[in-house]
Design a protein around this ligand. Structure first.
Ligand code: ADP
Ligand code: SF4
Length: 686
């Protein structure tokens, strides 16, 4: 029987990319992942999973073509010489095994490459500073440098073909590569034929595209990744002005246009600052009117209706995705099979980016298997059948408890999930109620949607369990996901023994705010000694409620963690725009009834500021009372603490912890521990 036509059939039409054909319109654009040349097996397994999940094209990430483009210590792609080919071959084999095309994003990072390992000179169109590091500076390329660059790019293209790639990129985007720098007047003030007019600034890109097409010899597709708008208004390249001009000048040259916006924080905006899915579409609309070549675009697409409509309207030929493919590597398959409600939608939190920013393998809040495909052998859609007959009890329905319960149920266990509160979701539900974080609620929605469809799960709210209640239930496998609560005494990274707080002082914690308690009258001092995202979120939230906020932090900027998620600039700007007073490098020494005492973290010099209420964001205490009472009890076969109760961290950490417990609890701890030791280490031979 032929399957019934669906509105999404259009997404499963093949697309020709020069000499190669993608089997459908789902295109995983290049994205960093903290694995790269340092962890090629891990990357191969992760990319292979996307191919298995139905992405017709799976790309790697920016791939350094030469030691003068050295992004050390970060783990990007590397293709300096032939010895880098076997690592990349692992990836193309894994992608081809599922009938998908493999793409490689060749990159020369120019003044974005600090060359810390190679100690090579850095290159740029004009003398300039290095943007991803400190001294030394980058030097203006002479004609010989340009000839060398073209040779390195050709050599890398040849190696990419040997490694089995089907699509080879020329990359001018994110303010991160030499071709992009040549295109932009802010980076290029050359007086020769590579500077000045747009035709001249495009010249290097044209040469690189022609060179790559020549090497590809009609066997590989040649893609051009281009940032059409810098989102700086008239101060930068704009889609409707020179951005369009670039497309007109190169229209039919590449086999595919992969178009986005610059820089990376604009391209990968979080839902906190850009709640709209498909937010880049307005910049891409004109491209297809100019070129007949296929166009791929991104914008955190999660809705299949939007995807199909963009193709139907002639805006895009292929649906590009990095984050939606990380959150759900099986997104195309689920759409194809009509399992739309099973899509694990990206929440736009950029925890995936934060791992790359720290040079460690990728992780994802929604998809705990991301990055663990090789090391732990985790698959996002399959999990082993249960290893015992007895049922399981999960106490606490935050992200850890929900994930643990869902995975145990998928394994076939009968699961009882008990939550003390009236609603499910724990910290996710509470944090999603704060300014800008509504989309984080998808972490709860996805898991609850799954649990509620299963016949082997009983969910109880309003059910605070104590020792006796747990034992009365007679369920021998118990997972305690009882969470953590913010401290009220200021103890944290700076005040190891707490802060002097007067009896008549008004002090609050983030939990109070999330419980709906409002600060008292007078100035509100938010004290951030945590340095994560939450204090900044609370400041925006409470400023929007009309409070006069002073943000005091021991750090040198607001919410330094958010630099890793590409948000820090927007966070600080948002507070300044709301009139929040920001005091950096200040420790809170004491809270009185109407004032706070601060001390400079460098000199210790004390000052006093007016304060009606002090909101302390310092550190959390684990909730472990029930665990302490139950562990080792002879009636229970397994008692395990998971999530924030085991180690307070990100929501991603809580989900991961719940997942790991559900997969492994019947195994010997020492066997599970062995998975830490599955590493990719350089072998010293001879
Ligand atoms: P995590 O991030 O580890 O999932 P959360 O703080 O989000 O932790 O969630 C913990 C949840 O556990 C909260 O919703 C809390 O109400 C619930 N909880 C804590 N103690 C108990 C208990 N004894 N019985 C039932 N639920 C509990
Ligand atoms: Fe999306 Fe967050 Fe996962 Fe990244 S970490 S893919 S932004 S859910």
């Amino acid at each position: 029987m032929t399957p019934r036509a669906t509105p999404y059939d259009i997404l499963f039409e093949p697309v020709r990319i020069g000499p190669v054909t993608a089997r459908n319109r789902f295109y995983q654009v290049p994205h960093c992942n903290g694995m790269g040349y340092q962890r090629p097996r891990a990357e191969a397994a992760m990319r292979g999973m996307k191919a298995e999940g139905g992405w017709a094209v799976v790309c790697n990430q920016e791939t350094e073509i030469h030691p003068t483009s050295d992004l050390s210590p970060f783990a990007e792609g590397r293709l300096w010489d032939d010895r880098d080919i076997p690592g990349l071959r692992l990836m193309t084999d894994a992608i081809h095994a599922h009938g998908s095309l493999a793409g490689i994003e060749l990159a020369h990072n120019g003044s974005h490459a600090p060359n810390l390992l190679s100690r090579a000179p850095a290159f740029a169109p004009s003398d300039t500073v290095i943007d991803a590091g400190f001294a030394p500076q980058a030097r203006a390329m002479d004609k010989e440098d340009i000839r060398n660059l073209r040779r390195w790019h050709r050599d890398a293209a040849r190696r990419a073909m040997k490694a089995g790639f089907d699509i080879i990129y020329v990359y001018a985007g994110h303010h991160m590569t030499i071709p992009h720098h040549f295109l932009l007047p802010q980076h290029n003030d050359r007086m020769d034929e590579y500077g000045g007019s747009l035709e001249n600034r495009v010249r290097l890109t044209r040469e690189l595209l022609e060179d790559t097409l020549e090497i590809a010899e009609g066997k590989c597709g040649v893609a051009f990744r281009f940032a059409i708008d810098e989102m700086q208004g008239a101060d930068g390249m704009q889609a409707e002005e020179e951005g369009r001009g670039v497309v007109e000048l190169l229209a039919e040259l590449p086999d595919l246009w992969d178009v986005n916006v610059a820089d990376w924080p604009n391209d990968s905006q979080t839902t906190r600052f850009q709640p709209e899915d498909g937010y880049q579409t307005k910049y891409l609309e004109a491209v297809k009117q100019i070129t007949s070549k296929p166009v791929v675009g991104v914008g955190r697409f999660t809705s299949p209706d939007m995807m199909a409509s963009l193709v139907r309207k002639g805006v895009l030929d292929m649906i590009g995705a990095a984050r939606p493919s990380i959150s759900d590597p099986f997104l195309p398959k689920k759409i194809e099979e009509g399992r739309i409600d099973q899509i694990r939608e990206c929440i736009g939190c950029n925890i995936c980016v934060s791992a790359d920013s720290q040079g460690v393998p990728i992780r994802c809040t929604q998809n705990p298997t991301m990055g663990e495909e090789w090391r732990r052998g985790w698959h996002p859609e399959t999990i082993g059948a249960k290893g015992r007959e007895e049922a399981a009890l999960v106490v606490g329905a935050g992200p850890a408890g929900l994930e643990c319960a869902m995975q145990l149920a998928r394994r076939g266990y009968h699961v009882t999930l008990a939550e003390a509160g009236k609603e499910l979701g724990g910290r996710v539900r509470r944090e999603a109620g704060l300014n800008g974080l509504a989309a984080w609620g998808r972490v709860t929605d996805y898991r609850l949607g799954d649990l509620q469809q299963r016949g082997n799960v009983d969910i109880f709210t309003d059910s605070p369990l104590g020792r006796e209640e747990v034992l009365e239930l007679g369920v021998p496998n118990v997972f305690l996901a009882t969470g953590a609560r913010w401290r009220r005494d200021g103890q944290g990274r700076t005040a190891r023994f707490g802060i002097a707080i007067a009896d008549n002082a008004m002090v609050m914690t983030p939990d109070d705010v999330m419980d709906g308690i409002r600060p008292g009258p007078g100035p509100l001092v938010i004290y951030d000694d945590d340095h994560g995202y939450l204090a900044g979120v609370l400041a925006m939230h409470l400023a929007d409620q009309g409070h006069e906020v002073t943000f005091v932090t021991t750090a040198n900027m607001v919410s330094p963690f958010t630099g890793l998620t590409l948000e820090q600039g927007r966070v600080q700007k948002s507070l300044l725009e709301r009139g929040v007073t920001i005091l950096t490098a200040q420790a809170l020494n004491g809270v009185e009834a109407s004032a706070c005492r601060l001390a400079c973290v460098y000199t210790g010099r004390e000052t006093e500021i007016a304060c009606g209420t002090a909101l302390l964001v310092t550190r959390r205490d684990r909730v472990t009372g029930l665990y302490d009472e139950l562990r080792g009890h002879s009636d229970l076969s397994h008692v395990e603490l998971i999530g924030d109760a085991a180690a307070p961290g990100l929501i991603a950490d809580a989900v991961y912890s719940g997942h790991r417990a559900a997969r492994n609890f019947e195994r010997l701890p020492e066997d599970v521990e062995q998975e830490y030791f599955r590493r990719e280490i350089t072998a010293i031979e001879g």
